[in-house]
Design a protein. Structure first.
Length: 358
């Protein structure tokens, strides 16, 4: 039985608060461990997993919002997605489950909102007992992208598209990346920012993703760098270009996208990624959310990127995927939940072929 996290209840007397630095808790994604007793989930899709005994579970969380925004956390129990909860200011205790079968359970808690909205500090888990978590996922995939990769606009189950803020429908756990990763039994990492591009952003010049990617917090502050040792992907998926081709908000003049600038920026970005991960397969995807005309141009530009690596860099581990359809039935023209599931199904055979995965 799930329980309303906004209405704290007393847990059974035998429950114990296990601190966030307990070795039985497994972390994945862009997470700041400067304070090991209060690890900070930074990016969309960052998650932790724990195995616990008993019928009840409570998480201790602090939402560190930017500009009075709201953070969201999604969670799954025993491999089944449950819901997304909104973190309330000044609230710390969140009842995740109550009156489950008195047995061993697994919990995956995933940051649903992206880094520019704020961060989530995890203080610990209150339950009867936690057990060593055995992760049977041997594969790792990194998904680099923009709002589509973040899962923006896909979840209107609690806040309709016509109300709230643009991030209130964001749910990274249900986005195409984590969805296809779970199908492939792989751990995932999202390095994505809404409105961002390769050579320019949705409504301005930058900072672009190549300028923030190597920073742990996915911003222009380079004082906290992202350590590549934290997550070494077997496969890297890049889905960028939507915002480069965007017309912006129409309030200021925006020149047509310059092909040479885009291609050179993309090539240089991939070269830097290749330098960090020499053994990874890198897949460059078109956008599933722009018009057929712009989509054709993006595909043409990406083909030039692929050709450069094959002919100049002699790198045969760079691949290209073209989405066969446009998906924009979610909020603000983004793919909705069902469309993200379709994106995952389209990518699944492609990734399997590239990686020779069953």
């Amino acid at each position: 039985m799930l329980f309303d996290s906004t209405c704290p209840q007393l847990l059974p007397a035998q429950s114990i608060l296990y601190s966030a630095d307990n070795q039985a808790i497994q972390y994945t994604g862009r997470i700041d461990f400067t304070n090991p007793k209060k690890p900070r989930l930074i990016s969309a899709g960052a998650y932790f997993q724990v195995k616990f005994s008993g019928s009840d579970c409570e998480l201790m969380l602090e939402g560190q919002s930017q500009n009075n925004n709201r953070n969201y956390l999604s969670f799954a129990i025993d491999g089944q997605y449950q819901k997304r909860i909104k973190l309330v200011k000044d609230q710390t205790k969140y009842q995740i489950a109550r009156n489950l079968k008195d047995a061993d359970h697994t919990l995956l808690a995933c940051k649903a909102s992206e880094a520019q909205i704020g961060y989530i500090d995890f203080l610990g888990i209150n339950c009867e007992k936690i057990l060593p978590f055995e992760n049977n996922r041997k594969r790792k995939i990194e998904f680099i992208g923009d709002s589509i990769t973040c899962g923006t606009g896909l979840d209107s189950s609690e806040v309709s598209c016509a109300s709230g803020e643009w991030y209130d429908q964001q749910n990274a756990y249900l986005a195409y990346g984590p969805t296809v990763a779970r199908e492939l039994n792989a751990d995932w990492l999202l390095s994505a920012v809404s409105g961002i591009g390769v050579s320019r952003n949705w409504n301005g010049p930058g900072p672009t993703l190549p300028e923030v990617y190597f920073n742990a917090y996915l911003n222009a502050d380079s004082t906290s760098s992202w350590d590549a040792k934290n997550f070494t992907p077997d496969l890297i998926s890049i889905c960028l270009g939507t915002n480069d081709f965007s017309d912006g908000d129409g309030k200021q003049a925006r020149a047509a996208l310059d092909q040479d600038t885009f291609v050179s920026s993309y090539v240089n970005f991939v070269k830097r990624i290749r330098n960090r991960y020499p053994n990874a397969q890198i897949c460059c995807l078109t956008s599933p959310a722009i018009s057929s005309e712009k989509g054709a141009k993006l595909a043409d530009y990406l083909s030039k990127v692929i050709r450069h690596f094959q002919e100049v860099e002699n790198d045969k581990k760079i691949h290209m995927f073209v989405f066969p359809h446009n998906y924009n039935h979610g909020c603000t023209g983004h793919p909705d939940k069902e469309e993200h599931e379709k994106l995952a199904k389209e990518l699944l055979p492609f990734f399997k072929k590239v990686m020779d995965w069953e």
